[in-house]
Design a protein around this ligand. Structure first.
Ligand SMILES: NC(=O)c1ccc[n+]([C@@H]2O[C@H](COP(=O)([O-])OP(=O)(O)OC[C@H]3O[C@@H](n4cnc5c(N)ncnc54)[C@H](OP(=O)(O)O)[C@@H]3O)[C@@H](O)[C@H]2O)c1
Length: 259
């Protein structure tokens, strides 16, 4: 066993000495919650991590992590700002991205998405961030992904976007609708990019104790998954994602979710 491990370490070292590139992941909304945990785990695994956030000035935890890991590059990206996307695309021109993770999301004010108080403005905001932005960013960075070894694009969806469950009883109409819309646009996109060998993962993280989850269920989120549990499972799923699951609606544990 020891000999096998030593051999593997040597192969990795020789690979690096021969100029083998570490894989690259780009994460949106990486300053807190699930995005921050993706950065933490990929960085610890020696990936090159392009960690994006809309407001780096206030991203203290992310900046502290980047100070410890030279393989984390910080970039500004507001996922609903076309100029911000354009700047990032120009900055990354020609740089392969093995895994693009569309993680940024918003719940939207709960009071604005209930019968009797529906807000068109909040609807547009939630749809823009959760459904339009992942498609627009995947489109804008497609060449970078297609130029990589692994060629994977991931959209972090939600079980509450499942039509069959009617949103799972969370009473957040716009959020639920935005994740159903995300599922559809990414499934459509998966068909379009298949000829280029790009695999699209539509993955629900489970119920995970983050700021967003606490907005929905309050302190009961303490009973949910820890971010490191969900992210570690999703990373394993992403690593083994085959082309025949491209465009499928998957749970973090790999189970296929009925639409
Ligand atoms: N936690 C769960 O149980 C759960 C379940 C199902 C699905 N999800 C999905 O998982 C993803 C991550 O959620 P989370 O639980 O980690 O939520 P979170 O703690 O609220 O974090 C959301 C992240 O998205 C970023 N974001 C929002 N709007 C943005 C914009 N316009 N541009 C760039 N970044 C933006 C936030 O940045 P700021 O700090 O700047 O606001 C923050 O980094 C979301 O897509 C969410 O819908 C979560």
């Amino acid at each position: 066993m020891k000999t096998v491990l030593a051999g593997l370490c040597l192969a990795v070292l020789l690979g690096l000495a021969n100029g083998a590139q570490a894989a690259t992941v780009l994460v949106t909304g990486s300053n807190r919650g699930l995005g921050l945990e993706f950065v933490r785990q990929y960085a610890a695994d020696n990936w090159t991590v392009i960690a994006t956030a809309r407001n780096l000035a206030e991203a203290d935890e992310l900046k502290a992590l980047a100070a410890k890991h030279k393989n984390i590059q910080l970039k500004t990206l507001d996922v609903v700002d076309a100029a911000s996307i354009k700047t990032l695309v120009q900055d990354l021109k020609g740089a392969p991205i093995d895994v693009l993770i569309n993680n940024a999301g918003v719940l939207g004010a709960k009071a604005d998405q209930r019968m009797g108080a529906l807000s068109r403005q909040t609807f547009d905001q939630v749809m823009g961030v959760n459904a339009f932005a992942p498609l627009a960013i995947s489109d804008a960075l497609l060449e970078n992904v297609a130029a990589s070894e692994q060629k994977k694009i991931v959209a972090i969806t939600s079980g509450s976007g499942q039509l069959a469950s009617g949103g799972g009883g969370n009473e957040v109409y716009f959020y639920n609708a935005s994740k159903a819309a995300l599922n559809m646009v990414m499934r459509r996109f998966a068909f379009d990019v298949r000829p280029r060998g790009v695999i699209v993962g539509i993955i629900a993280p489970g119920a995970v104790d983050t700021d967003m989850r606490r907005e929905v269920v309050g302190d009961r989120a303490a009973q949910d998954l820890r971010p490191h549990e969900s992210i570690s499972a999703m990373r394993q799923l992403i690593a083994r994602l085959p082309m025949n699951k491209s465009g499928a609606f998957l749970n973090y544990d790999g189970r296929e979710v009925p639409w």
